[in-house]
Write a protein that binds this ligand. Structure first.
Ligand SMILES: Cc1cc2nc3c(=O)[nH]c(=O)nc-3n(C[C@H](O)[C@H](O)[C@H](O)COP(=O)(O)OP(=O)(O)OC[C@H]3O[C@@H](n4cnc5c(N)ncnc54)[C@H](O)[C@@H]3O)c2cc1C
Length: 437
């Protein structure tokens, strides 16, 4: 095992940094156990792509990206077992080669499996990624390993657990047969796509809406399962569309000084990049997951029950369109759909849910981005839940009202980690623990 003495840890967009005393790069569960056992305070991180301050902030850190092997396949069960530092894209390439898939994927492939599971990472028209996990081993605060399968009473607590119950070590996913999607994309007025959500969720295997604030438009992406041999006349629109993110970056360059420029920029971006229709086919991974982004950004995301979404959407739209409100929002706000589950800290606990992303293309000036505050205020008012890996300010007082199992989770956390070994300063406040870090 490699150890680096003292240095500075920085999140991918450089918005969070901490000094550390020891950083370990591990390659086995045994090494992970040893370090956890001997450390008083410890955090572990994947590719550092969370905007929430959850991955570092302790003197001892573990980089799990070197713990990244595919351990085994079970062909008859269609399962794959991997180490938690494996990059999601590597897992997806490996299962596609077997003719398998995971049927709900986030729009990023560079994250680690451990990071993705811990924060409740999700895609659309399916369940959180962690819901496809059937077994895992968890390294507990005392360094022992607990094996957890679907029958275990801890499963519903562990699936989304922010890395505060233990470190997920070996993970088994249950896969499905690979399928091909026929994807159609195009713009629609808000008055058209909003009332059609439920109907489209029934009609299509994939639904995602990129809302374009300050334009009254959404860009609707649907996908239908087809036979892989079905001929589709591919239309990916003009070649320049691939420069959308670069164009956004330029147009938004001064929006932290003059936020109202955003409204003009969005209209230009709509005309240039979202007014054409597209049609193509491919696997869920190949046809819908972004493989490269070019520059960093800062993210927030809020979730709300499917039935409450139209009301929250209208209120948000009215609020951000007021010229007295400085919350001009960069394109797009990503609207996705997650089906109900039983995981205690899941956004979709007991309820079909809509998720709504909020992006600042200027990561460095994210603190001045008023939109993050407006979206949090409005979603919280209706019992909305924040994405654990993204930016939000709500803490224990608010979270205890919106998570039915919050107190149970806190009690379990305290039982499994009585000395708060896995809490950094941010998580200490989040759970309203009294200890100093
Ligand atoms: C451009 C971009 C696009 C994104 N798209 C989506 C999306 O489509 N859907 C979505 O839901 N989210 C999305 N996210 C959020 C992202 O999936 C999460 O922030 C994820 O946690 C990042 O993974 P990571 O490997 O960088 O984890 P890190 O940020 O390094 O760590 C996240 C948390 O996981 C913990 N952790 C890491 N490994 C383990 C482990 N083995 N066991 C237990 N805990 C562990 C860490 O301690 C930390 O608390 C996106 C983020 C970005 C930057």
């Amino acid at each position: 095992m490699k150890q680096e003495k003292s240095g500075v840890w920085q999140s991918w967009n450089e918005n969070i940094s901490y000094k550390y005393k020891s950083l370990y790069k591990i390659t086995s569960e045994d090494e992970l156990q040893q370090i956890i056992k001997k450390s008083e305070k410890i955090r572990f991180f994947g590719t550092k792509q969370s905007s929430a301050d959850i991955a570092s902030g302790t003197e001892t850190l573990v980089d799990i990206t070197t713990y990244n092997k595919i351990l085994s396949y079970n062909d008859s069960e269609r399962t794959i077992t991997v180490q938690s530092g494996l990059i999601l894209g590597d897992l997806l390439e490996a299962i596609e080669a077997k003719g398998w898939c995971i049927p709900c994927l986030p729009d990023i492939n560079t994250i680690t499996i451990g990071g993705a599971l811990a924060t409740g990472t999700h895609g659309t028209s399916g369940k959180l990624l962690c819901e496809y996990m059937t077994e895992c081993s968890l390294v507990l605060a005392d360094g022992t390993v607990k094996k957890i399968n679907e029958e275990d009473e801890l499963t519903d607590a562990v699936r989304v657990s922010l890395g505060v119950l233990g470190v997920m070590s070996e993970i088994t996913f249950k896969c499905e047969s690979l399928y091909t999607l026929h994807i159609k994309e195009g713009p629609e007025d808000d008055s058209e796509w909003l009332p059609k959500i439920k109907e489209r969720l029934k009609q299509h295997d994939f639904l995602r809406i990129l809302w374009l604030p300050h334009t009254d438009k959404g860009y609707v992406i649907t996908g239908d399962k087809i036979d892989s041999n079905t001929e589709i006349i591919e239309d990916l629109g003009p070649k320049y569309l691939k420069h959308r993110r670069k164009a956004s970056k330029i147009l938004y360059k001064y929006t932290h000084i003059f936020p109202w420029i955003t409204a003009i920029a969005n209209k230009l971006l709509y005309r240039g990049f979202f007014s054409a229709t597209k049609e193509h086919k491919g696997s869920l991974y190949q046809a819908t997951v972004t493989k490269s982004r070019g520059s960093t950004l800062e993210l927030a995301e809020w979730t709300i029950g499917l039935d409450t979404f139209p009301k929250v959407f209208e209120e948000l739209k009215t609020e951000i369109n007021k010229w007295s409100n400085k919350s001009f929002i960069h394109i797009p706000m990503d609207i996705r759909f997650v089906y109900k589950d039983k995981s205690w800290l899941s956004y979709a606990y007991g309820k079909d849910t809509v998720t709504m992303g909020c992006v600042s293309r200027n990561a460095a000036t994210a603190d001045t981005y008023e939109a993050f505050k407006s979206i949090e205020n409005i979603f919280l008012k209706y019992g909305g839940k924040p994405h654990w890996g993204k930016r939000f300010v709500a803490k224990d007082a608010e979270l205890s009202k919106i998570y039915y199992k919050w107190q149970d989770f806190k009690l379990l956390r305290k039982k499994l980690d009585p000395t708060n070994k896995f809490l950094n300063p941010y998580l200490t406040k989040l759970f309203n623990e009294k200890t100093n870090n």
